[in-house]
Design a protein around this ligand. Structure first.
Ligand SMILES: [Cu+2]
Length: 361
């Protein structure tokens, strides 16, 4: 108990102080009864992402620090009501159906289907999304450099749209030139030529509402020699606008999140991480309208691999800024057990949902 208290104080002192309100919120975290903290530890993380997980997440409503009660969008969302759980999205990736082409090259086939879906980024805040495979973000697709990727894409929405694969050298990327009609399908074929952290992103008209509709997901191309073993997490910084989009376009969103549901990882802190264990976050910014979004982590520093296209980190920091559609791989360890908050450094975005917590053992 003494250690716990001393650690909390240290995290408080070492954490970000630039955001008004966060320090006091963090202080309040120390006051949560131990039992409440334990009951909130529900997210199980597999050691590496491509090991099938047997752990299940609990969906029960969780206690949050008292001072968080005044924040907008803090009330819990029942994952079963929207058909996907951000605790699952955080740790789940797809390897595709694997076979060999006549050339001997590995073929990975994925299926992506766009369907209109009403989601709940916060309690009582319905949003009409275009979900990919029933979820926002769409599935994290994973291949290895040298593979051939085939994506069987079906548009079950009522508007024409196409999927773009950012950073891939292929004319499969001309989504704007190859809109897929409602209830029609197309096959995207391309090589996983260079390792990195990429995006797939839908295009439709009007262009101004592309990202907020939820038409996106990560495409990870792993290097031929895998990165070191780590606990791997997939986080997309996203946002939503509930009012109709009109000209002039808004300069901000009305709700922000990591993986769609505001404050999800505050109510459901990430567990399964121990001190001195390597954590790797695949981070992408798909926030529309803001010029920048960011990820800041308390109490440690991370190596930053921008776009995931290098095996050498470009910098080491506790904050990374990302423009729209930019990505980075972050690697870090926690020196000591305890609670570690993460959030965007854009204050408005943090106070409207873009925050979370690690409970490190
Ligand atoms: Cu902070």
């Amino acid at each position: 108990m003494i250690n716990q208290r001393r650690l909390s104080r240290r995290v408080l002192l070492g954490g970000g102080i630039g955001l008004a309100g966060l320090a006091s919120n963090l202080l309040a975290l120390q006051l949560v009864p131990k039992g409440a903290q334990a009951s909130s530890a529900i997210t199980k993380i597999s050691a590496i992402a491509d090991i099938p997980r047997t752990a299940k997440t609990s969906n029960k409503a969780l206690a949050v620090p008292a001072s968080f009660a005044t924040l907008p969008f803090i009330n819990p969302v029942e994952p079963l009501s929207i058909g996907f759980d951000p605790s699952e999205l955080l740790v789940t990736s797809e390897q595709g159906t694997v076979s060999k082409l006549a050339s001997g090259q590995t073929l990975r086939e994925f299926t992506l289907t766009v369907t209109p879906k009403t989601i709940l980024p916060a309690a009582g805040q319905q949003f009409k999304a275009l979900a990919v495979n029933g979820r926002v973000p769409g599935p994290t697709l994973r291949a290895t450099q040298g593979d051939h990727i085939r994506i069987n894409f079906t548009n079950n929405s009522n508007i024409a749209l196409g999927m773009n694969f950012s950073g891939i050298r292929s004319n499969a990327n001309d989504a704007l030139l190859k809109f897929v009609d409602p209830n029609a399908s197309i096959v995207y074929d391309f090589d996983a030529e260079f390792f990195g952290l990429y995006l797939y992103q839908g295009f439709k008209l009007p262009l101004a509402e592309n990202l907020i509709k939820g038409l996106y997901g990560m495409l990870i191309i792993d290097p031929p020699t895998p990165r070191p073993k780590a606990t791997e997490l997939f986080m997309m910084l996203n946002g939503f606008v509930f009012s109709p989009i009109t000209q002039p376009l808004p300069s901000s969103n009305q709700l922000y999140a990591i993986n769609t549901v505001a404050y999800h990882y505050i109510r459901n802190p990430i567990t399964g991480v121990t001190a001195n264990q390597l954590v790797r976050v695949y981070l992408a910014n798909v926030t529309e309208f803001e010029l920048l979004n960011s990820f800041h982590l308390h109490g440690t520093v991370f190596n930053i691999y921008r776009s995931g296209t290098s095996l050498k980190p470009e910098e080491t920091d506790s904050t990374v800024m990302l423009g729209p559609a930019q990505r980075a791989i972050l690697e870090f360890t926690f020196k000591l057990p305890g609670q570690y908050m993460f959030h965007t450094y854009q204050g408005e975005c943090a106070e409207k949902g873009c925050m979370g917590m690690f409970n490190v053992q």
